[in-house]
Design a protein around this ligand. Structure first.
Ligand code: FPP
Length: 251
């Protein structure tokens, strides 16, 4: 067991944010720096994901959203797409029972249409099995793009209007939120992106309106509890005003 995989029981010296979202970036660079195939970076990325889910629960985070496959990732070589799909299959087949035992509730956001039927089935199975769990909520953004999600919401609202169930004058900010993929979940308090890149890349564009963004240089396969805690400490230094004048606490 590597040092990073060992359980750590020390309690962090902060109140955890309720919802943390992560753009897991830098698998390819991690592998290239070691002369390894990109696939190895992705495989190590899954180990980092397991560590992070465990740490999130221990730290007291309630919801963790991970960007595991973007709507734009289809433009990668077929071999790499195959590798990422294989990792998702294996992650659900190997880890779902353990996640369920740990009281984790799995949610999926993103476009399901057009996915391989076995993948779509596994995603539904993960949601169904864990739907009554009350611990950490793990939101997997798979085949996800925020603009696509907003367009889906707009189409569904238009259908409501066309069917006479909603008036255009009643469409407000809250209406859009209600038609997004996970309407019941609060917006992320903190979004972390690894690998030093500083952009959102079509991730949670609606929900991130008031999120704090923390960019860390660490490539995703090296992400561990210490990196997560450092990002949360940085978040705690921020003054969240939500456009107003009165500072709110960071959690
Ligand atoms: C970014 O690294 C990462 C991804 C495109 C996918 C993230 C996937 C995992 C962590 C593993 C899969 C997990 C599940 C649950 C399927 P990159 O390839 O863009 O890295 P680079 O920018 O250095 O090339």
């Amino acid at each position: 067991m590597s040092e990073a995989d060992k359980p750590q029981s020390a309690q962090p010296a902060f109140t955890a944010p309720r919802h943390v979202a992560i753009i897991m970036d830098g698998n390819g660079r991690w592998a290239a720096a070691r002369g390894l195939p990109r696939a190895e970076g992705h495989r190590r990325g899954v180990e980092a994901l397991r560590r992070t889910i465990r740490s999130a629960g221990e730290i007291g985070i309630k919801i963790i959203t991970i960007f595991s496959f973007s709507a734009e990732n289809w433009s990668r070589p077929a071999s790499e797409i195959g590798e990422l799909m294989g990792l998702l299959r294996r992650f659900i087949r190997n880890d779902l029972a353990e996640l369920h035992k740990s009281n984790v509730r799995v949610r999926i956001i993103g476009e399901r249409d057009g996915l391989d039927p076995d993948i779509a089935r596994l995603l539904t199975e993960a949601e169904e099995l864990t739907k009554d769990n009350s611990g950490l909520t793990l939101v997997v953004a798979f085949n996800y793009g925020a603009r696509q999600e907003i367009a889906r919401a707009a189409r569904r609202i238009a259908e409501e209007v066309a069917a006479g169930r909603m008036a255009t004058a009643d469409i407000g900010l809250e209406t859009i939120g209600r038609f997004l993929d996970a309407p019941d979940l609060p917006d992320p308090d903190l979004i972390i992106r690894t690998s030093g890149e500083q952009r959102l890349s079509n991730f949670l564009l609606w929900q991130s309106a008031y999120s704090e963004l923390v960019f860390v240089p660490t490539n995703w396969p090296d992400f561990d509890r210490a990196t997560l805690e450092a990002a949360i400490s940085e978040y705690q230094q921020r003054e969240r005003r939500f456009g107003g004048l009165v500072a709110k606490t960071g959690s």
